[in-house]
Design a protein around this ligand. Structure first.
Ligand SMILES: Nc1ncnc2c1ncn2[C@@H]1O[C@H](COP(=O)(O)OP(=O)(O)OP(=O)(O)O)[C@@H](O)[C@H]1O
Ligand SMILES: Nc1ncnc2c1ncn2[C@@H]1O[C@H](COP(=O)(O)OP(=O)(O)OP(=O)(O)O)[C@@H](O)[C@H]1O
Ligand SMILES: [Mg+2]
Ligand SMILES: [Mg+2]
Lengths: 255, 255
């Protein structure tokens, strides 16, 4: 049975997609069989792996609305042991029509559990909106990874995230655990240093030890259609996402 | 009749809220009567003006779902000539229930047109999601301001935005015009310089002349609960948003 990790945050632009892609590639490099799933109508994860979303005939939207099998829409990528379920702009339809189905919150969980045997980890890239798709991902996951910038709006967003976690634990997924990942951290910036300290004080062990610094290699890699581990294997970002992969492998073994 | 400006982009974290707040304050400083409306369940615009969203009893959600009047939920801010319609997390309900009403796309337009006499400009801060609320804002506006970072995912998002503009023009708002605003631009970064050049080549006059550079004063000002024009009046960001206000005043006079 695969370990399912949802990467979600209502706040936009905090490196959800960048983290799903880079962490997925780092876990694959460490020998794990990985599936990354693009749950966002923006289809940025698909784009960053060199797939043109306009060519994607069947996406997660079909999986959720038409009940096709997960295996039929998994595709290999240029990275060994890394497969992708791509998205197209029809994901917006899933957001609108999924809630009309009875018991829709467990649709994603049931689909992933039925077909996940071939993978060690499944990573879900969520849109910046706490709608039916993100709630479905939270109901399905073993671990919720919340990328957070050390900035005021991003930290405020944690309040809504904690409320949603409590609700999902009560309704569909009592074992849901979460971890915050500090992203796009600029060591030279005083506001970033102050807010990072505050986050450590309030969340303590709820934060990954690994922190991802600002690294322009992460801006360049989507243009090349490959993860930063391939585009710039010696970069600080590649090293930090490798460290995060090790931390997650350890976390999963202990729980 | 007020000029309505929607600030929207499906891409998250591109400075939609920062732009609505800073531009609103700059237009107020220039002598215009301004209303800024928080259409996002994250309620960041309300937060940045010192309002605690948990204390907001009636928000835009009530305006859209219960048909209360705009005047009854406008509140003054610490900035002269700048009023706010605040949000709370119930905005998520509006996203879900608005589409069930017949002709829902024109709800926001009708509400704003009925009650906008007291204002010269109304600015709408949209969530990072092309759902009923953002589509309603596009149907209501005279000008769509699209904040865009000079980064790969942000530029790709313009494809969906252009498709949505064509649809809204055909269905509800034939006179809708748009302008791109380059935000969070880092002059030292090669990727930013290259992608900025590409944007100028493909969009030409579709881009505002004013560009907003990265400025840490914009990270600090939300913490102070005041716009950057008050928090750091001599900063580069304050000067750039003042220049943007002038450019918009000129654009509106010419069209
Ligand atoms: N550590 C980093 N250093 C520099 N740039 C980064 C870093 N992480 C992400 N980025 C860039 O910042 C932007 C936002 O990241 P990304 O798109 O992954 O966030 P997101 O949370 O998935 O956004 P959305 O809410 O729109 O889905 C992207 O242009 C990305 O290339
Ligand atoms: N020019 C700038 N320089 C530095 N930081 C900026 C700048 N503009 C915005 N920011 C910061 O970047 C972050 C993203 O900006 P903001 O929240 O306004 O974007 P948004 O598009 O409204 O996000 P969302 O999609 O979540 O609504 C915020 O923390 C903000 O303080
Ligand atoms: Mg994303
Ligand atoms: Mg915002």
């Amino acid at each position: 049975m695969a370990t399912i990790i949802a990467v979600a945050n209502e706040k936009g632009g905090v490196a959800k997609t960048t983290t799903t892609l880079s962490l997925g590639a780092a876990l694959a490099e460490a020998g794990q069989n990985i599936l990354v799933v693009d749950l966002d109508a923006q289809a940025n994860l698909s784009l960053a792996l060199g797939v043109d979303p306009e060519t994607v005939k069947q996406s997660v939207a079909n999986l959720l609305l038409d009940s096709i099998s997960l295996r039929s829409i998994c595709r290999p990528t240029s990275i060994e042991r890394l497969s992708l379920v791509a998205a197209n702009s029809e994901m917006g339809l899933a957001e609108r029509f999924l809630p009309m189905r009875k018991g829709y919150e467990l649709t994603i969980r049931d689909l992933l559990h039925r077909d996940s045997g071939a993978f060690d980890y499944i990573l879900l890239d969520c849109p910046p909106f706490l709608g039916a798709v993100t709630l479905g991902a939270l109901a399905a996951c073993d671990l919720l990874l919340i990328p957070t910038q050390p900035e005021y709006f991003s930290i405020y967003a944690l309040r809504n995230m904690m409320a949603v976690i409590r609700r999902v634990r009560a309704q569909n997924n009592p074992r849901l655990t979460y971890r915050l990942l500090l992203t796009m951290h600029d060591r030279r910036n005083r506001t970033h240093r102050n807010l990072t300290e505050q986050l450590h004080e309030s969340f303590g062990a709820g934060l990954f030890t690994t922190m991802i610094d600002v690294d322009t290699k992460l801006r360049e890699s989507p243009i090349s259609g490959t993860p930063v581990l391939t585009h710039a294997p010696k970069s600080r970002a590649a090293a930090q996402y490798r460290a995060l992969a090790q931390e997650i492998l350890q976390h999963v073994q202990e729980t």
